[in-house]
Structure formats: structure tokens, C-alpha cells
Design a protein around this ligand. Sequence first.
Ligand code: ATP
Length: 245
Amino acid sequence: MKHFDVNALKKLPHPVFCIHVEETSSTNDDLKVLARKGVADYTLILADRQSAGKGRLGRSFYSEGGLYMSILLPFDNATAFFLTHIAALAVARGIEELTGEGALIKWVNDVYVRGKKVSGILAESIVSPRGRHIVLGIGVNLDTPEEGFPMEIRAIAGSIHADRSLLAVRILHHLFTLLDAGDLDLVRREYAERCFLVGKQAEVIKENSCRKATVTGLTENLALSVRYESGETEDLAFGEVSLRL
Ligand code: ATP
């Protein structure tokens, strides 16, 4: 795997301290341990591969041959609620910039290119001796052919071709810029433009149920509005819900 250029991280709006490891179980778990010991915000852990990469709801994220990083962010009340949405925008912007390919978002935080999921994002809130923080993990599949993915995700997973260091820098640049600006109207607008679910049929999967619905829109809080076959409507807050097309 190509060398990671740590110098490029120094020109970001917030200087990033990068810890680069070849392999770990999960960069989010490692960063949580370090955060509780008091490392500074904007510490980044980057791994060449994760043996137990994590997705939402305890799912696993296949992590071999791509960009896997977790960044420690200060907890900011103004943007914390939208952190996951903002992270998806940052990833989409970074991918588009480097590949020239359109990057869309499957609510809440899956980034899709050419109809395939190329990125997973996991935001976790933690408390350290210095207060509250967010550990934000981002994984992007790079140069993985279809047969390179485990069988069970071949139908949905895709990958992009981009330089790993540059991609990390561009994603972090957009993340910091969006968070620092705190312009939630811009976030709502761009998120709505990139979210490709509106108007589509989907299965809404909760702990014990799976119901067919039509996605009718996004709310002010970027919850997903759906109408079930029964005519009943619901605004889905992220967390416990999964959507299958
Ligand atoms: P959804 O809402 O689609 O269920 P999610 O946001 O809950 O997605 P994530 O937490 O981002 O999902 O990722 C875990 C899921 O993504 C796994 O259950 C698997 O289906 C899929 N997956 C796992 N590894 C990868 C990968 N490297 N690339 C694309 N998809 C993956």
C-alpha cells in the first residue's frame, strides 16, 4: 500500500496529529481509549486495515485496502446533532473532488458512487477527563474489484480510485470547514441535493419489523419522512433505523 503523506495533514484548518498503524481492530475503539487518557482534539488514527471495523448498530465494516481513519472532534452543541450528516457531506465532497464522479448519500450516512456504497461513517460520543468529544470514523473503499469484497457485500459495496493521503486531507478539510462555519441551512440544502432516497421505495427496518414505505422527504432536522403502504406516515430519526432499497 502506498505511503501515507502525513505532511499534507498539517495544512488543514485545524492541525492534525496523526498516528499511523498498519493494522488494528478498530480505529474508533483505539481513539476512544486514547481520548479517555486525554489526547488532544484533532488527533487522528489512520490504519492500513482494520480486522474488526465497525458500522452502525454493531455491524461490521470490511476494511482491507482502503482509507480507514478516526478523528477526535470537540463536542459542539450547535453542530453535534448533524455531525453524521455533515461527515457524509464531507466524504461526498472529497470523493467528488478527487474522482470527478458524482457522490450521493443514502440517508443517513452511506456515500454512494455509481450506485454502490463506497464509504461507511460511524460517529460515537465519548466523555474524557476534559469533557465531551466525538470520535468520528470514516472508511472509504479504494481500488477494490468486486470480487475483492466478501461475498455478502458484493452486491452493495463499490470502490473509487483516489490517492489515499489526498482523499483523507480533502475529507478532513471539508469536515472542518463545514463544522467551523456551522451553517446549518447550507448543510440542509446540500444534504437534500445529495440524498438520493426521496421518491424511492424502501424497506424500513427496525429492531423487530420491516415495512415497505415510500420516502417522501427530509425534515428540518434531516430526519427522513416516509409513508407506509397503510397510509401512515413517520419521520425517521436515525439511530435504530436501517433502510434497504
Ligand atoms: P444501512 O443503513 O445501509 O443498513 P448502515 O449505515 O447501518 O447501513 P454501516 O454501519 O455504514 O451501515 O456499515 C455496515 C454495513 O455496510 C454492513 O452491514 C454491510 O452491509 C455493509 N458493508 C460492510 N463493509 C462494507 C464496505 N467495506 N463497503 C461497503 N459496504 C460495506
